[in-house]
Ligand binder design. Structure first.
Ligand code: ATP
Ligand code: MG
Length: 478
């Protein structure tokens, strides 16, 4: 008999499934991602179970045997799901599908294992392993998924244009798997994706963004973005990013291609951080370069203010892409706005005051900002990169020193509004804000230390200029 995967099916879930399938004469398989990951030697916690028959009924029966109480049943889809320990187990009845042109939602009918494998997205995702006693552990691989897995190929089981037109999400999935596994998409599939790219417009933005985030989360996201660009998919949902592509030359002066630069920055960053929103900040850091691009005959190409305009573009992009508008959006916006600041320090002379200002504005995101800036140092000129990186280290060191000395990261003014009101016997008014911001500036500029006594002295010193008189001396430490 051919190779079987019996030894990989030792988990109690498979045992219970196999017993149940045998007693009830059911054809039951584990199929899709779990099988693919097993063959790739990548452990997986998502198990898809296929039964020729009623998926939810099988799920309920197996859950009862495993003493799992909560089973989610999706009647309309004929699927069911439960968690068992750290596993996510999904049950589905074998289906045959037919699609209508305007929808991702197919009409489904009961089908055989083979029908079901035909409707799967890629050959590497359509392999099944039998769980029935007589054939326990046998791989059923009608489209040579195993061979494609070894060759590193993403290929559709059916004619690609049909597969992609039926469900355009598969185009994004193709790119996601190609990126995640470092696989190639076969030429006919790529051609079909180019032809069918505009079908992506029938997808909901949430589905598109979900795939996009998965591509961004891979080890080398640039591969995915290059594919999105080459197939024409990116332009449909992210025109600001495609607008970054291209080089213009005037008077013999060329600017760099900001699309590829952005991707290089994203890859650089991804080598050092898995943080999804920091990766988004890398993707968007230069997003306003096209609308701020100018040519100055004296200095060449400039992109003045692209960090400010970029920060302004972030909410619109997040809204359209249905990304979270609360903390993540604000975080990305802040990093886009500040992304040039550490670099400016690297290029120029580094004063303590400039460092304090930066620390104050970045707050707890300073380390992330530094990661972004480090990733942003790209150039074809190795010497330049080396010099920048050395200066960058210097700025990092200095940041640490100033932070220890002055504690300005999450700056709390040492003088409170209440103290100002008590000292001058005034109610809430503009003068309070003026005093506070004056003290803050004095500390950040290094005129006084970040300390109560010096702050109070400074307050008393400038009070007369604001027309204020001391009515009650503020408490001073011994
Ligand atoms: P992941 O590791 O990301 O979970 P996966 O291959 O398991 O990858 P799922 O989205 O969990 O992907 O889907 C499970 C299986 O269902 C796939 O392996 C594939 O066989 C099938 N599948 C999922 N989405 C589609 C789709 N849009 N079209 C066809 N088949 C699909
Ligand atoms: Mg899965």
């Amino acid at each position: 008999m051919s190779v079987t995967y019996q030894n990989d099916l030792k988990h109690p879930v498979f045992k219970v499934l196999a017993e149940y399938a045998t007693v009830h004469q059911l054809d039951v398989y584990v199929i899709g991602g779990w099988v693919r990951d097993l063959l790739m030697g990548r452990p997986s916690k998502d198990i898809d179970i296929l039964v020729v028959g009623d998926g939810p009924a099988l799920a309920s029966a197996v859950a009862a045997k495993l003493r799992v109480k909560k089973v989610s049943i999706f009647k309309n889809f004929g699927t069911a799901h439960f968690r068992y320990k750290d596993l996510d187990i999904e049950f589905v009845g074998a289906r045959k599908e037919s699609y209508l042109p305007n929808s991702r939602k197919p009409q489904t009918h009961q089908g055989s294992l083979e029908d079901d494998q035909h409707r799967r997205d890629f050959t590497i995702n359509s392999m099944a392993i039998s769980l029935r006693h007589e054939t326990f552990g046998v791989l059923i691989d009608p489209f040579n998924g195993q061979k494609d897995l070894e060759a590193g190929l993403i290929r559709t089981p059916l004619e690609p244009s049909i597969t992609f037109s039926d469900d355009p999400l598969r185009m994004l999935r193709a790119i996601r798997f190609a990126t995640r596994f470092d696989f190639q998409i076969t030429r006919p599939c790529l051609e079909a994706m180019k032809d069918q790219a505009d079908r992506i417009n029938i997808l909901s933005q949430e589905r598109i963004t979900d795939e996009l985030n998965k591509i961004i989360a891979t080890h080398e996201p640039s591969r995915g973005f290059k594919l999105l660009q080459a197939t024409g998919l990116l332009a449909h949902f992210f025109p600001e990013l495609t607008a970054l592509q291209g080089i213009e030359t005037r008077d013999g002066k060329a600017h760099k291609d900001n699309f590829y630069h952005t991707l290089e920055v994203l890859d650089n960053l991804s080598r050092n951080s898995d943080h999804l929103w920091l990766r988004w900040a890398a993707l968007l850091h230069d997003i306003a370069k096209p609308p701020t691009k100018r040519f100055d005959p004296q200095i060449g190409w400039t992109f003045h203010g692209h960090e400010e305009l970029g920060a302004k573009m972030v909410p619109k992009i997040f809204k359209r892409l249905r990304l979270p508008l609360d903390q993540p959006m604000k975080y990305v916006q802040k990093l886009v706005r500040l992304h040039l600041r550490p670099i400016a320090l690297v290029k120029g002379s580094v004063t303590d005051a400039a460092i304090r200002r930066l620390l104050h504005e970045a707050g707890d995101d300073i380390e992330d900002l530094m990661l972004l800036c480090n990733a942003d140092i790209t150039s074809k000129n190795e010497f330049k990169v080396k010099r920048y990186k050395q200066n960058f280290e210097l700025v990092s060191e200095k940041l640490k020193m100033v932070e220890q000395k002055d504690r300005v990261r999450n700056f709390q003014p040492p003088v409170s509004g209440q103290l100002i009101m008590d000292t001058f016997q005034i109610g809430p008014c503009a003068a309070i804000g003026q005093i506070k911001s004056h003290i803050k500036d004095a500390i950040l500029e290094g005129h006084i230390a970040n300390d109560y006594q010096q702050a109070v002295e400074e307050m008393l010193r400038i009070a007369p200029t604001l027309g204020l008189k001391v009515q009650q001396a503020p408490p001073m430490p011994e």
